[in-house]
Design a protein around this ligand. Structure first.
Ligand SMILES: [Zn+2]
Length: 71
């Protein structure tokens, strides 16, 4: 087996496997280990993807969900 494959197997059978997640950014293919409290992390990194995605989600929310109509 190549070193890369062996490393992958070690990763896939290691204690961190349940914590492995794919980044929530569709443009990002990185996999990260979620050690955050509650495992609510969605991004490989807050600086690289989290902030960007949060801003995008905020904009999308604003666009698709306009303020409630005044009564
Ligand atoms: Zn990412």
């Amino acid at each position: 087996m190549s070193t890369v494959a062996r490393l992958a197997v070690e990763l896939l059978t290691g204690p961190d496997v349940p914590l492995m997640k794919e980044c929530g950014n569709p443009e990002c293919t990185r996999v990260y280990t979620d050690r955050s409290r509650g495992m609510r992390r969605q991004w490989c990194g807050m600086d690289s993807c989290g902030n960007k995605s949060n801003a995008a989600a905020y904009r999308a929310r604003k666009k698709s969900a306009p303020a409630e109509p005044a009564r």
